[in-house]
Write a new protein. Structure first.
Length: 341
């Protein structure tokens, strides 16, 4: 030993491949490297030290300014360290089931006092404990807690979840009929409802949007069950990159109820009024019901959005006048349809 012991600076040191860190005290970098290499079994020639947090190389001069117990990484000649980001990418490249990572995150969570870090760690544990590969009730009983016994697979339940949303939209259109005063108009409206209900039923209530076992072109999720927010109605994409896999855990399944199929052209403010307006002077047989169906129940007008991207105010978008009536689509813009009778 040389130098005065009270001038020794205590630091925490680790190698770049391991999480275990060691407390070492040294007077200078040279001594630190020597001790560290012995401890971590790293060849001395070319060994160097940098900050764990951001990869800054630790020089002799810099070393003297470091606070006690700074976390450092000892590297052999060819190794580099770009900071903790490098550690995260190593973490992400580990086994996806990552039992050891989950256990480590749980331990940290138990010790953690900061609400911010508790949130980050608990989200991490939740995301790592991904059980999306399991599909049946037998395989992942926890996922099905609170789900009716008739659902045997996750996909079947998710399909039903989407169907239910479509049925509730149909119900809203149904309810609008009650407010129609003129009997003749109401009679035509009822015909429209029957046809829309028939179209929706034929399409399986579009339950396939949430069904990961469906063909890719029919579903909104990946084959694993990941959904990506499509962004607010007036934006091309979600800037927050919201995503969720309701197939992965019970929590995620429940959270998915906060994701909405948002009508760009609004159902109550625009589509239903346009439908009622058209029926004032036209029989239902004149109406382009395919257009109304697409606007009410399909991806042509629905965007899957996380609640944050769900803007509740008026969208101020109207139905396309050119598409409300049959045969109108080929007319010149601005051309009014003349009725002969
Ligand atoms: Zn979003």
């Amino acid at each position: 030993m040389y130098g005065l012991s009270d001038k020794n600076k205590p630091v925490k040191i680790r190698s770049c491949g391991e999480n275990k860190k060691y407390g070492v005290a040294a007077q200078n970098v040279k001594e630190l490297i020597k001790k560290g290499c012995k401890l971590l079994k790293i060849p001395l020639a070319g060994a160097h030290v940098c900050l764990y947090s951001d990869g800054t190389e630790v020089t002799e001069e810099y070393f003297q300014t470091l606070p006690d117990n700074t976390e450092l990484v000892l590297l052999s000649r060819p190794q580099t360290w770009t900071g903790v980001v490098c550690d995260i990418s190593q973490l992400l490249s580990t086994d996806p089931n990552a039992d050891a990572v989950i256990a480590a995150a749980r331990r940290l969570l138990a010790e953690q006092q900061s609400p911010k870090w508790r949130k980050i760690l608990s989200d991490m544990v939740q995301n790592l404990e991904d059980r999306s590969e399991q599909e049946s009730r037998e395989e992942d009983q926890d996922w099905f807690r609170g789900v009716e016994a008739r659902f045997k697979t996750k996909s079947a339940y998710m399909k039903y979840n989407c169907e239910s949303r479509m049925r509730s939209y149909m119900k809203e259109v149904d309810n609008a009929a009650k407010a129609v005063e003129k009997a003749a108009v109401r009679a035509e409206f009822v015909k429209v409802l029957e046809q829309l209900a028939h179209m929706l039923k034929s399409a399986g209530y579009n339950g396939r949007y949430f069904d990961r076992t469906e063909k890719e072109r029919h579903r909104l999720c990946t084959g694993e069950g990941w959904f990506t927010c499509q962004g607010p109605f007036d934006q091309a994409a979600c800037l927050s990159l919201h995503s969720i896999n309701p197939y992965s855990s019970r929590d995620s399944r429940v959270m998915f109820s906060m994701w909405n199929l948002d009508h760009r052209i609004e159902k109550k403010r625009a589509i239903i009024p346009a439908l009622l307006g058209a029926l004032q002077n036209h029989p239902s047989s004149d109406l382009n019901l395919d257009y109304f169906y697409r606007m009410l129940f399909t991806r042509d007008n629905l965007k899957l959005v996380q609640i944050v991207c769900h803007k509740k105010g008026a969208h101020n978008l109207l139905c396309d006048d050119q598409k409300i009536y049959k045969g109108n689509t080929k007319q010149k813009a601005g051309g009014k349809r003349r009725r002969l009778n």
